[in-house]
Design a protein around this ligand. Structure first.
Ligand SMILES: O=C(O)CCC(=O)C(=O)O
Ligand SMILES: [Fe+2]
Length: 213
């Protein structure tokens, strides 16, 4: 495939309306992807996630970690967390993803799914701490998993498989109009690590800008 065709493929919008999702396929060689999987598995400050479901605190089987360029505070599912500072590898990955996507990011949420039986339910990533309509870049290492979008009103769905070393970009109004999930499956035994690079609209940063004005 020549470079023209590769560019055309990544510019294809997987959603029929109300948002833009581009799948770049594998952007890392298998060797590099496996290397990153190992490094992230061993160096990230993984913790079981805590979420509130119907007012009850649940500890998830999947592990999460939250990193950024500053110790951002970030609230989701009613729990406030403080970001860890970038590790050298995350900073390296962030730069590569920024080059590929043409976007910039200041934080990253990481998920570790130990087996296929761990997944993530329907949600959209439009928390108030995130910059409105900013892009989210999703990078996957390890086991290939199915990923599904569902339109909030029409309920139409779009599915794809996220490969080891792949990049998926969710842009514009995608979070406003579409939910997404990572279905649990008994067919996958191996572990997977997912990174979602995001842009936090930090409150103290906004205040700083106002002070100068
Ligand atoms: O693991 C994935 O591919 C998705 C993770 C996700 O949707 C999230 O962290 O918000
Ligand atoms: Fe998400």
């Amino acid at each position: 495939m020549d470079s023209f065709n590769i560019k055309m493929d990544t510019e294809k919008n997987l959603l029929p309306k109300d948002g833009t999702v581009n799948y770049f396929g594998t952007i890392f060689s298998e060797e590099d992807a496996n290397h990153y999987f190992k490094i992230l598995h061993n160096t990230i400050n993984w913790k079981h996630d805590e979420v509130f479901i119907f007012g009850k605190k649940i500890v998830t089987k999947r592990k999460v970690a939250w990193y950024g360029e500053r110790e951002f505070e970030y609230t989701y599912s009613k729990i406030t967390k403080k970001a860890n500072l970038w590790t050298p590898e995350l900073l390296q990955l962030k730069k590569q993803i920024e080059e590929k996507s043409g976007e910039s990011f200041n934080s990253c949420l990481l998920n570790l799914y130990h087996t296929g039986e761990e997944g993530m339910g329907w949600h959209s990533d439009a928390e108030k701490d995130l910059q409105k309509n900013s892009s989210i870049a999703s990078v996957s290492f390890g086991a290939e998993r199915k990923f599904v979008f569902k339109h909030k009103e029409t309920k139409e769905t779009v599915s794809l498989n996220l490969k080891n070393g792949s990049l998926l970009l969710m842009k514009g109004t995608t979070q406003k109009h579409w939910l997404h999930r990572l279905p649990a499956t008994k067919k996958v035994q191996a572990a997977r690590i997912n990174l979602t690079f995001r842009t936090i609209d930090a409150k103290d940063e906004r205040r700083g800008t106002n002070d100068e004005a």
